[in-house]
Design a protein around this ligand. Structure first.
Ligand code: GLN
Length: 188
């Protein structure tokens, strides 16, 4: 199993550490050719405008779209914005997932928070402790996408569409590897 992590901006190193812990081979992806022979790709958190602009500059947008047609892709936080079909602003998007997102939906950096979530797909192990840092919200899922988990007030913070995943929060910043394991099961 070889998983790439988009490594042009953001916390890609933390994802790579977690993937290695789980025994996966990893690759840093900066150019289209780095997608060759990967089983899946993670788009990390960071700044979605920067990730979007650099993806265009490095000629990655269309190759990533094609990759997503037959492979697993998981976007965390800022990374969850790229796969969406609508981010309510002009921003380069992959437009491969039937979700709409809103950036910075919980407010500013000081409004960052942590929450215990119930995510049945992660199986045993109890509540999942999630870290939200200037996080986007998944405003809606439609078409082929489904909500994987919501906050107690009903707002969607994780969604799945086949082998595509989007999470508002940062599993790579915790010790809990269940979300990465779940992604590896989709990439198989
Ligand atoms: N606020 C950032 C954005 O919208 C996301 C922050 C993060 O990834 N932690 O690009």
């Amino acid at each position: 199993m070889k998983i790439g992590v988009l490594a042009i901006q953001g916390d890609f190193a933390e994802h790579i550490t977690m993937l290695k812990r789980l025994g996966a081979e990893t690759a840093e992806v900066r150019l289209p050719r780095h997608l060759d022979e990967l089983d899946g790709l993670i788009i990390p958190g960071g700044e979605s405008t920067t990730i979007g602009k650099l993806s265009v500059d490095f000629g990655l947008l269309e190759p990533l779209r094609q990759f997503g047609k037959s492979h697993a892709i998981w976007g965390t936080c800022a990374g969850a914005i790229s796969p969406s079909k609508d981010a309510r602003r002009a921003q380069p998007l992959l437009s491969i997932m039937d979700i709409t997102v809103a950036r910075n939906a919980f407010g500013r950096q000081v409004d960052s928070f942590e929450a215990d979530l119930d995510i049945p797909e992660l199986g045993e192990g109890g509540a999942y402790h999630a870290i939200f840092i200037r996080a986007p919200i998944i405003e809606s899922v439609f078409g082929e996408a489904k909500a994987l988990c919501t906050l107690p007030d009903g707002r969607i913070v994780a969604a799945q569409q086949g082998r595509l995943l989007a999470t508002s929060f940062h599993p790579e910043l915790t010790d809990d590897s269940r979300f990465h394991e779940y992604f590896l099961s989709l990439a198989k």
